[in-house]
Design a protein around this ligand. Structure first.
Ligand SMILES: O=C(CO)COP(=O)(O)O
Length: 126
């Protein structure tokens, strides 16, 4: 079975949660193919010790890069810890990525509880 290809994205106020989640699922995630938006990816590399392909930062186009990859069939699941309390300058890019998940029927967890459910399920399938 090929390892799941997972995209990891977190807004600034959710980055600590993302690092904690990645540590919690570290053993599983270490066997996955991971990509992330720039700052999220750097933190995951540094603080969770995971090999992550860090794309551009979200506000500079990282969400769009992940959306494009996903549309081409290159992403199996998305964990996108969004901050619902803070307006983002790149809101259209965020909506485009979530829309791409819906268009292509790719699971997209946008909060911690659903992220845990998704990761547990992927873990079970492996
Ligand atoms: O803004 C983001 C997603 O919309 C996240 O980007 P960074 O991981 O580069 O902070």
């Amino acid at each position: 079975m090929t390892p799941p290809r997972i995209a990891l994205i977190a807004h600034d106020r959710k980055k600590d949660d993302m690092v904690a989640l990645a540590r919690e699922f570290r053993d599983f995630l270490a066997g996955c193919r991971l990509c992330a938006t720039g700052t999220t990816g750097s933190r995951l590399q540094r603080e969770a010790g995971l090999p992550v392909e860090a794309l551009m930062s979200g506000p500079l186009g990282g969400d769009l890069q992940i959306g494009a990859r996903l549309a081409e069939g290159g992403v199996d699941a998305v964990i996108f810890l969004r901050d619902p309390m803070t307006p983002q300058p790149h809101e259209p890019d965020i909506n485009a990525l979530v829309r791409a998940c819906d268009v292509h029927d790719i699971p997209c967890a946008t909060n911690l509880a659903s992220a845990r459910l998704l990761l547990r399920q992927l873990q079970r399938q492996g």
